[in-house]
Every structure is written in structure tokens, then in C-alpha cells.
Design a protein. Structure first.
Lengths: 258, 116
């Protein structure tokens, strides 16, 4: 397909999309109003289950099965990149030589590392009460851990996160989500139904199953992101590709050329 | 009451304009290293927009993934591509110095950590 045909195709598709999108938007409930048909029902159900953060109630209680699907997608994506980025037979592993770190960077990184980890744990732990939850806190935890790499060295990072252990934790946490759903089946309710004691509204232990699933998601996301970043870091820092093996792959122009 | 909602509306419009500008800048940037930095800025603008429309949960996700995680992955990928390109172009010595000079010009994160 030549450039002109592609442009025409794009313009037609864009026009159709613009018309359909505008039509769909006119059918939406008014923007920024205090009442919303879905919002009111979700808030009602959330307060009934004594979960202060309605978003967490939707994610881990009212629509927990959707979240299970999303977690499985993340798990599958991490698994896929681990398989793709593993060390190939013709690649060599070379121990990286540590570079010089500015003292200010070291100070800032070492000071921020515990603060970031604490924030991550807080965001996961208070997922059922305040904005945030397993996913957000998990990503904060995982990226915060890499301050060890920015502030110190790759070898320090390798020591603070043993990838084999964290990979196993990732799988266990993903399995824990599915297993927690069985609690409903055991007492004769539906899969992933919130059957645990609901506790007192706005307490850490409130929400029944919500804080447990939230914690499982937090662990899964944190370890999944750590494993994913570890594969990328291995490729970027440690693994040496064979000099001739790169020729066939390097078909794209150099970024400086354009 | 209308004063408050008017203020929020103005905030939404301002952040929408910011997002549009940042997204256009990200699309127009050609160098992947700079693009990662611009993308990080776009993530921040999007987080502000989500905050303005009262979706703090989404804003937090956007901040964590769009501002930190995605640019980091891009920088690591660029580093890997440049390293394999360097090894292919010539031996190690001269080309390595050149590669480092290139890295110095871009954002430092991909280069850091001492693969040198």
C-alpha cells in the first residue's frame, strides 16, 4: 500500500471514528454532575460492604473477576518478556564494571530508597481506605527498589532483589488471587464473592476480602515489575550480544540519523 | 457552588491543553532518549488531568507507570540497541568512547550503573 492510499484510509477511518465518538459522547450522562447512574450504585454497594475507597471496592469486590483477568494479563506479559529476553545461546554474560557515582546522587538515592518503599507499602496497605491500592503501590515499590541501581551500582541492586525468589513470589501472589476466590465457593456463595466478615467502616481491616485481594495484587504487581525490569536491565547492562549476530536485526535507522 | 465548579472546569481545560501540548511534543520528538523524557512529562500532565477530574486512583497509576516505568523501559531498550550497534560497528575501544559521549547528551538514566 503506498503512502497516498494509506493516508486516504487513515482519513476515512478518522472521520468515521470522529463521528461515532461524538455521537457516543452525546449519549453520556452529563459531565461533572454530583449524581451518576453507575456511580450512585457503585457507591451504595461499596458502603454496604464497608469499603471506604469505592474504586477498590469496584476493583476487588464488585468487579473482582475483571481484575483477575487483568492480573493474569500482567502475569502473562511478564512471563512472555522473560522468555523473549532470556540469555540466548550465543550471548555472553559479562560482569559490569561499576561506574563513578556522584556523592549527591548516592546521598539522595540512599535517603529516598526507604521513603519510597514505605510509600509503596502504605499505598498498598491503605488501598481499601484511600486512593491507591495494590497496582499503584506495587509499581511504586518496584520502581523505588531501583533507586539502589541509580544511587549505587548494578551489583548492589542484584543483591537486594534476588530475581529467582521474586519470580516465585510473583507466581505465588498471582495464584493467591485465584485461590482467594475459592473462599466464596467453600461457604456456598459465588466465586470471588465477598464472604469474609466486613469489619468496621474506614478501618484497616474493613472490607472483608478487599484488603486480602488488594495485598495479593500488590505483591504480584511489585514482583512482576521487578522481574520485568530485571530482564531489561540484564539485556542493557550485562548480556553481550555476539558482534555478527546483531547485523540481521539492525534494520532500523540510527536514532541520530533523522 | 458555581464558583468552585467553574474553577474546576478551568483546571480541567488548562490540564487538557497541557496534555495536548505534551502529547504533540512527544509525537514530534524523534530521538528515543529525548522522547522518553518528553513521555515522562506527558505522564505527569495526564496525572494532573486525572486529578482535576477527581480520579486520584487513576492519577496514581498514571504517575507510577507513565512517568517512571515506561520511560525507564524505553531508556534501557535504547541502551541495549546502542550497545549492540556499537559492538558491530567496530572493536570496543574507540567506539565505546563515542557511545558514552552520546549517552551523556541524552538523559543519564540509561547510561548509569556502570556497564562501561
Amino acid at each position: 500500500m503506498n503512502r497516498r492510499a494509506r493516508n486516504v484510509l487513515f482519513l476515512i477511518a478518522a472521520a468515521v471514528f470522529a463521528a461515532a465518538f461524538t455521537a457516543a459522547c452525546t449519549g453520556l450522562p452529563a459531565f461533572g454532575t454530583s449524581r451518576h447512574p453507575y456511580g450512585s450504585r457503585a457507591i451504595g454497594a461499596s458502603i454496604q460492604r464497608r469499603t471506604a475507597n469505592v474504586v477498590s471496592s469496584v476493583n476487588f469486590d464488585q468487579r473482582a473477576i475483571d481484575t483477575l483477568g487483568e492480573e493474569s494479563i500482567l502475569f502473562g506479559a511478564v512471563l512472555g518478556s522473560v522468555v523473549l529476553l532470556r540469555r540466548a545461546r550465543d550471548e555472553n554474560r559479562q560482569d559490569p564494571v561499576p561506574g563513578r557515582v556522584l556523592p549527591t546522587t548516592l546521598l539522595l538515592g540512599a535517603g529516598l530508597l526507604p521513603v519510597t518503599l514505605l510509600v509503596g507499602v502504605y499505598v498498598i496497605g491503605h488501598g481499601q481506605l484511600s486512593p491507591g491500592g495494590g497496582f499503584q503501590g506495587g509499581v511504586v515499590l518496584a520502581t523505588g527498589l531501583h533507586l539502589a541501581y541509580v544511587a549505587a551500582d548494578y551489583r548492589v541492586l542484584r543483591r537486594v532483589r534476588p530475581v529467582a525468589v521474586i519470580g516465585a513470589v510473583d507466581a505465588a501472589a498471582a495464584g493467591a488471587f485465584s485461590a482467594l476466590g475459592l473462599a466464596g465457593l467453600i461457604v456456598g456463595a459465588a466465586y470471588l464473592q465477598n464472604v469474609l466478615p466486613l469489619g468496621t467502616f474506614n478501618q484497616l481491616t474493613s472490607g472483608g476480602l478487599v484488603p486480602l485481594i488488594n495485598a495479593a495484587v500488590g505483591v504480584e504487581v511489585a514482583s512482576g515489575v521487578v522481574v520485568l525490569l530485571a530482564q531489561f536491565l540484564d539485556q542493557a547492562v550485562e548480556i553481550e550480544s555476539p558482534p555478527d549476530g546483531g547485523k540481521g536485526r539492525r534494520t532500523h535507522p540510527s536514532p541520530e540519523a533523522s | 457552588m458555581s464558583g468552585i465548579s467553574g474553577g474546576v472546569d478551568a483546571l480541567v481545560v488548562v490540564t487538557l491543553v497541557l496534555v495536548t501540548a505534551a502529547a504533540t511534543a512527544a509525537a514530534l520528538t524523534r530521538d528515543p532518549v529525548r522522547q522518553a523524557a518528553v513521555l515522562s512529562g506527558l505522564g505527569l500532565c495526564l496525572a494532573l488531568l486525572f486529578l482535576a477530574v477527581q480520579a486520584p486512583d487513576v492519577a496514581l497509576s498514571q504517575l507510577a507507570v507513565g512517568t517512571a516505568f515506561t520511560p525507564l523501559l524505553i531508556l534501557l531498550t535504547v541502551r541495549k540497541v546502542r550497545r549492540s550497534g556499537r559492538g558491530e560497528a567496530s572493536g570496543d575501544g574507540g567506539a565505546r568512547g563515542k557511545g558514552d559521549a552520546r549517552g551523556d547528551r541524552g538523559a543519564g538514566t540509561a547510561r548509569r550503573g556502570g556497564g562501561r
